[in-house]
Design a protein. Structure first.
Length: 380
């Protein structure tokens, strides 16, 4: 059962209780790590709670009217790292948890914070909020398992790294920072197991918090579902989520104003409204780093290629209203000239392509992005 926050009263937005009559646009809004923890803070519970409340107030001004069906996803990088460290430090007192369980723990914590803050920001007349622990299927044959490269947790000394190898970890040395870092697989997301529950909650008028941290990675083992020692990129998982119900828009809110080309050079330029072809060309030229902007650009491309009339956007969380209104950030549209008009505040979906029940396959176009730096997000 999803954890349903009922503190927002009995009010329901248009369409609730009558899904067939709900013509509101559907949006997936993905929050970067800066939505939960500001860079430079210690990341205490109080720090995170304060930042989440700030984020909720920004979002309430955009989606609190209930004029759109909205799913909110979020990163969990710093939080799952802290949980892993707590497991290590207390290992002689409390049996440690595997990585997938740590990811699930972070989903519950951050989803709780977001549900509390959003319900308060929406007020009693606003939509209710449901936080849904989400599992995401990955392929055990994904090449990422043979070549893990996603760093997690803290830096280790040589002796600590040797102990980690005895536990079966893969570690890589970071000469610049003088330590070893554990790396794990980051496989492509293939299916969202709680998708029907998300659809049902949207149809009933809830704002849904789901696919936190990219979802808990799971694989099939015969008839059983088994957690995987991996992490899923939250932007790629958000693109898969947005594609499945045929959403009108995917908005990735981070801590940079837009996607940049020639990042850090005198010729640096931020991209505004771009075509799919332009973005693909920059991607092929190696403009977007795999550990920062690359997955975001890939996620947007996967989504907009999946259907006509879709809008993908990347921009600064603190300028979210401007990004959604088309006055800030990087925006790319598909199919219909002009694309959807307005965002969750405008109520104009545009290009609502028939059924909301599109499949997973169209979100899988394209491979992993890599290359040079292009607009670096501090945490995902």
């Amino acid at each position: 059962m999803p954890a349903v926050d009922r503190s927002a009263g009995e009010a329901r937005p248009a369409g609730a209780g009558n899904p067939a009559a709900d013509e509101r646009p559907t949006w997936v809004v993905a929050l970067g790590g800066n939505a939960i923890q500001r860079p430079g803070t210690r990341g205490t519970y109080a720090d995170q709670l304060e930042r989440v409340r700030e984020t909720a107030r920004v979002l309430a001004g955009i989606i609190g009217s209930g004029q759109a069906r909205v799913v909110i996803t979020h990163g969990n990088g710093p939080q799952v790292g802290s949980i892993l460290l707590q497991n290590e430090l207390a290992a002689d007192q409390v049996p440690p948890l595997p990585l997938d369980a740590c990811g699930a723990e972070s989903q519950g914590l951050l989803g709780y914070l977001l549900a509390q803050a959003l319900s308060s920001a929406f007020g009693p007349a606003g939509p209710q909020v449901a936080n849904l622990l989400t599992r995401v299927q990955v392929n055990p044959a994904d090449p990422a398992f043979a070549d893990p490269e996603k760093p997690i947790g803290r830096y280790y000394s040589d002796a600590e790294a040797e102990e980690g190898r005895r536990r079966g970890w893969t570690l890589r040395h970071d000469a610049a920072r003088g330590g070893w870092r554990r790396v794990v697989a980051s496989p492509d997301p293939e299916a969202i197991l709680e998708l029907e529950a998300i659809r049902t909650l949207l149809d009933r008028g809830f704002v849904v918090v789901a696919v936190g941290g990219g979802g808990v990675p799971v694989v099939r083992d015969g008839e059983d579902w088994v957690g995987a020692e991996a992490v899923i990129d939250k932007d790629l998982a958000s693109a898969l989520l947005a594609d499945a119900p045929g959403a009108d828009g995917l908005v990735l809110l981070t801590d940079v104003e837009a996607v940049a080309v020639d990042f850090g050079r005198p010729t640096q330029k931020f991209l505004g409204e771009v075509t799919i072809e332009e973005l693909v060309r920059h991607q092929a030229d190696g403009q977007f780093a795999g550990g920062s902007m690359g997955p975001k650009v890939e996620a947007i491309l996967r989504f907009v290629r999946g259907g006509a009339g879709r809008l993908g956007a990347i921009g600064d969380l603190d300028a979210a209203a401007e990004v959604l209104a088309g006055r800030a950030g990087t925006r790319v549209r598909s199919g219909v000239p002009g694309g959807p008009e307005g965002g969750p505040t405008g109520g104009q979906g545009g290009g609502q392509a028939g059924s909301r029940a599109g499949g997973h396959d169209s979100a899988q176009a394209g491979g992993r992005a890599g290359g040079a730096e292009a607009g670096k997000e501090r945490s995902t």
